[in-house]
Ligand binder design. Sequence first.
Ligand SMILES: *Cc1c(COP(=O)(O)O)cnc(C)c1O
Length: 390
Amino acid sequence: MRKEHYVFPLEDFISRDDFNRIKKFSRGKETPFLTVNLQKIEQSYDELVEHMPFAKIHYAVKANPMDEVVLALKSKGSNFDVATVYELDQLLRLGVESERISYGNTIKKEKDIEYAYEKGVRLYVTDSDSDLKKLARKAPGSRVFFRVLTESDGADWPLSKKFGAHPDLIYKLIMKAEKLGLEPYGLSFHVGSQQRDIGQWDNAISKCKYLFEAVAEKGIHLKMINLGGGFPAKYQDQAHDLETYAGEIRRFLHEDFGEELPEIIIEPGRSLVANAGIIVSEVVMISKKARFNQYKWVYLDIGKFGGLIETLDECIKYPIFCDKKGCAEEVILAGPTCDSMDILYEHHKYTFPHTMREGNRVYIFTTGAYTQSYSSVCFNGFPPLKTYLI
Ligand SMILES: *Cc1c(COP(=O)(O)O)cnc(C)c1O
């Protein structure tokens, strides 16, 4: 049997020069750790502004809540979407004005709404009767946008049915909001994270159009659509580029709303920060379960609990590079903890050079989003993922 050479499209993710810089930087440092390149985040922000000049950006802080990331985006002029009062406190501490902050979690304690209102937040999402009443009590007069349920089909990291409500219920909530002294301001949706099917925005925008018209008949004029997140980062399975997303979404909006668009907000998380991160990890062990097993097991010093939780169900397939030459060999990839669910990729086989040895380093690309903040506090005694700015 002739064996193929191991090939990895490194230049799709980083230039050779930048890669050599990372390698040099990593020398002598204990792995695993994440490196974050702020300039890349700023570039992604600029690209987003270039391609979607009609949209106001509210960065979804949860994707990468590092202070430095927030500050970089703050100075770019970004607004922010928070999920909790803790993120709110962080932003206020960093000098972000409350007018630039939306509270984008449909699940809120009443006392947290009261706190956010006290701090000056006046833009809230809702998707239920219960939450709407809390908002009316604790955030009177605020602008409220209503989250419409979408299907998440086509998304690598679906958000399922946890958020949003059916348009019929949203219609009722909009009517009620006004009676309760809130300002029904607009609609929102999230088509699912790392959404590959751009058509999902078309479906969601159509639902918005229908609701805009339905409530207008009752004299309520909504002003805003929040298109959520879902914009792509560069993983192993590539998606269309941002320009294509932006062009298509603009077309869907104009098809439904004509020349005069409502105010458009987007809440990018992943697409702003993922490409800026690289995790450096080490091979802890290579073994076989039986002498004639087809696949080796390769155990890294990072796994699901160290920051790679988005490998659940092998949803997000990170590009992983081993800087060795050799024949391509398919392996099973797992993390270092004593938990049997800590396997990264078993069904989808990753390929590494047959010369890979214990102690070798691997570089996990596109890890600037949903990694460090997801890493466990001390499971098995492993410390949370270290992060360096480069
Ligand atoms: C997580 C989240 C986002 C960010 O989504 P990405 O797919 O990472 O861009 C945006 N809006 C809301 C409400 C979210 O919960």
